[in-house]
Structure formats: C-alpha cells, structure tokens
Design a binder for this molecule. Structure first.
Ligand code: SAH
Length: 454
C-alpha cells in the first residue's frame, strides 16, 4: 500500500492552494466543496477566483509563494505551472510536516487526491497512486454508472437512524441484518429519492417493528474448482453476508479471500498429518452454529451436490428445524474440461458424459461393462489412487488401451497441470500427478491438442 487511504474533515481548516490557473481552479472547486478555509496564493488568477473571493468563499493572496504561508495550514496544494516552484512548495511543506498535494509530480506528493464518485454522504475514492490516472478515471466511470443517484439519500437516512438501531439491537449480527434489510428494501430508496419522507418514515417504522430473523440458517455454497472468478454471484453474496464459514481443503485461498472479513472461519478439512474432521462432527458444527442464530455458509469445492456429501449434511439438518438452502457451483468436471480444452461431449465422439466416483475398490460397486462402452466420456473424481484399477477394469471390459485419457491436476488454478496419454498408460500418468486431480477418459481428450488455451 503506497498511500494510506484516509478521508479528512477540512471544514474551516486552513488550506493553502498555490496557483491561479485552470488546474488550481479544479482543485479549488473540490476544496471549497469540502468546506475548507481556502487561501489561494498566485500572481495571476483566472476569473472564477475573483468571483469566489467576492462571494466570501476564499481569500486571495496576490503574491509569490513564501514558505511562511504554510505555517498555520493543514494541507498545501501546489498547482502552479512551474515544476520547480511546485517542488519547492513540496519541500517546504515536508519540512513543516504538512501534507502536500502536487499536481505534476505524484512521486513527490505526500497526499494525493483520488478520483471520486460522490453520492454524499457516500463517497467512493479511487487511486492508482499516481501510476495510472486514466485507469482510475475509467474505473470511476464504471462505478459512477453502477451506483444509482439516490444512493446518497438512503445513506444519509441510515446515518440518522444509527443511534436508534444501536439502541434497538444489542448484537452486532442483529444490527447487520437490520441494515441489510433496510438497504435491500425494494421501495425505501426509491421513496426517499422521490422526496416522500413521510412514506419513508412509515416504511422504516415497519422495518423496526418486524421481528428480525433470529433463527440461524445454513447455506450450502459451491465454491467452484479453484479460480475465484468461477464462483457464482449468488455464492459471492452468501459468503459476504455470512457470520460463519465452514470450509475444507478444496476451497481455494482465492475464494476464501472473498469471505466477509469479520466472518468466523472454521476449517474442517484434512491438514497434513491430521485426519479430517469426521462427517458427524461437521454436521454437529453446522447445527450448533445455526442454532446460535448465525448465518452459516458451508462452503465446498466445486458443486456441493456432486461428490460433495452436501446432501448428507443437509439430511442431518432436515429434522432440526434449521432452514437451509443450496447455491450450486461449477463442478470440477466442468471447470477442468473448460480450462484443459477437453469438451465433455461432442457430436462425433461422445453423446453422454458420466461423472464417476474413483472409489472403485468395492467389488461390484461400478458397472464396468457400461463404463467401457463407446461414445461417452468418463470423468473420475477422487480417482488418482485408483488409477491402476480404473485402467485394469476398463481394459478388461473391452475398452481399447489406445483410448485417450487426461489427468487434470489443480484444474482452473494457476497451478493447473494436465497429463495426457492413452488408457494403457493411465497408471503411469497418475504417478506424476497430485491431488486434487480428475481423470477424463474418452475420444474427446484428443481435441485438447487443438483446443487448449489456458
Ligand atoms: N464437489 C466437488 C467434488 C468433491 S470430490 C466438485 O463438484 O467438484 C473431490 C474430487 O474432486 C477430487 O478428488 C478431484 O478428483 C476432484 N477435484 C476437485 N477440485 C478439483 C480441481 N480443481 N482439479 C481437479 N480435480 C478436482
């Protein structure tokens, strides 16, 4: 972090602006808006400065810059068209420990003015630390388009309600829920935007009188296979609103970065040298947390209903009265397929795709005869340690040893590796790969030669 973002109150605080041209004019406009007690020092001023002075908004000092002008200032803005003068001002400010903003030399500035999207009292400030002002501006335009004009009104409304909400709800989690309800209310913001304060007051009173959901809940969320960009929008909303997130090893760090910062995180996966938390204990954690009234997100790699034991966790909740819901995720088969350039179906090579558990040891567990049939794609989850058995059974049931196969390790992440070859070499390929890996078997694998892109 090159600069510390800080919003400061400039009301009635003396600020020295050096320069009287166009650039200085833009800075003056902003500083006046912030209520600063503005002194502008220059030998020549553009006409708005005289108008502002006449309106009593600022003081003009018609003279050259002198270091002592800084003495009682909180902030200095050097906006002359002379680089050397700007640098001299900056050095004087530095010596007096006053923050200085420089128009033409961001590397010398101890304070920078960000690009701002204003929905007062809501402010979004964007800075590229002077590295790419145009990028900051483009971003500002995007955010500008994204934020409705009336956002400021409901923000101000919330500001007024704050003490009352604090008194009405003792628990921070309750307060958060109240605010979420208020900001997501489908009419309140619009009513305020229309200026109908009486109606807004009624709607607000209803919000206060409605009981807040005190029951906890569990949301089973699919985190996708790794790349955080593959998380769904709904999944993102859920992890941003969670009180507790219960997750395991398959959830990528990148996705965990997106979890609400204050949420409690409970890891229930396997760590090197330790066993994973038993399923019954996980079920218990979910139940207990939800019963404390918390919004619990159970975050799972891929899709929670595909080899994720998500169903078992919900079954355990089903009788308890704790409400639950499910947000699907991109399963490893989809993610690995896309990022390895191996389509799962193809008009010429595969009319169906089968997602198969790699836990194949139990005799008779899988219908190998069917799996060895042509014109389909097999995707084995958890199959790495069983690759020898998968190879043996498929070949024993008539699949050609030349059938193309691929192992996709850490699919969709920047560490993705793909090992491809033929079925008769599957066991050998598996020796090189690490968990988590997916095994794809079928003619579609050969398309990777032309379709790989990642
Ligand atoms: N619910 C998950 C699957 C959990 S089973 C999903 O829908 O994807 C765990 C297995 O999924 C692993 O053994 C591995 O075979 C596969 N897997 C999960 N993430 C993977 C990834 N990023 N790359 C390759 N395989 C993955």
């Amino acid at each position: 972090m090159n600069y510390f973002p800080l919003f400061c109150d400039l009301h009635r605080k003396t600020v020295l602006l050096v320069g009287g041209g166009d650039v200085a004019e833009r800075k003056a406009r902003l500083l006046l808006k912030a209520g600063a007690d503005l002194r502008v020092c220059a030998t020549v001023f553009s006409s708005p400065f005289y108008e502002w002075q006449q309106a009593g908004k600022l003081t003009l000092l018609e003279k050259r810059f002198a270091p002592e002008l800084i003495d009682d200032c909180w902030l200095v803005v050097a906006a002359t068209n002379d680089r050397e003068v700007n640098q001299q001002i900056s050095a004087c400010a530095e010596a007096r420990r006053v923050f200085c903003n420089l128009v033409d030399a961001p590397e010398l500035a101890s304070a920078i003015m960000p690009s701002v999207v204003e929905r007062s009292p809501l402010l979004v400030a964007i800075s590229s630390a002077g590295a790419a002002p145009v990028m900051a501006r483009l971003l500002r335009e995007k955010i500008e388009a994204l934020l409705p004009q009336h956002l400021g009104k409901i923000t101000a409304w919330a500001g007024v309600l704050r003490p009352r909400v604090k008194a009405a709800f003792k628990q921070p989690a309750q307060r958060r829920r109240f605010w979420e309800k208020l900001f997501q209310h489908d009419r309140l913001a619009q009513t305020l935007a229309n200026g109908d304060e009486d109606r807004a007051q009624q709607l607000t009173e209803t919000l206060f009188s409605e009981p807040l959901a005190t029951r906890g809940e569990v949301v089973l969320v699919g985190a996708g296979p790794g790349d955080a960009g593959l998380l769904t929008l709904k999944g993102l909303q859920q992890i941003q609103q969670a009180d507790v997130v219960v997750y395991d090893r398959l959830v990528s760090d990148e996705v965990m970065e997106l979890v609400r910062r204050d949420a409690e995180r409970i890891f229930v996966g396997k760590r090197a040298g330790f066993h994973c938390v038993p399923q019954a204990a996980i079920n218990q954690i979910l139940l207990e947390q939800a019963k404390q009234g918390k919004r619990v997100v159970r975050l799972k790699g891929g899709d929670p209903f595909i080899f994720g034991r998500g169903a078992e966790e919900l079954e355990a909740l089903a009788g308890s009265g704790v409400p639950f819901s499910v947000v699907p995720g991109i399963t490893a088969a989809s993610g690995c397929s896309a990022y390895s350039g191996i389509p799962l179906t193809h008009r010429d090579y595969a009319q169906s795709v089968r997602l198969v558990t790699g836990h194949v040891q139990k005799e008779g567990a899988l219908d190998w005869q069917n799996l060895a049939a042509e014109k389909q794609t097999l995707v084995f989850y958890m199959g790495l340690s069983q690759a020898t058995e998968i190879q043996r059974q498929l070949m024993a049931h008539g699949m050609s040893g030349e059938m193309p196969v691929a192992l996709v390790e850490n699919g969709t992440s920047t560490r993705q590796r793909v090992f491809s070859g033929s079925l008769d070499r599957l066991a050998m390929l598996a020796e090189q790969a690490q968990s988590p890996s997916l095994i794809i078997v079928g003619r579609v694998v050969a398309l990777r030669d032309r379709l790989r892109w990642f």
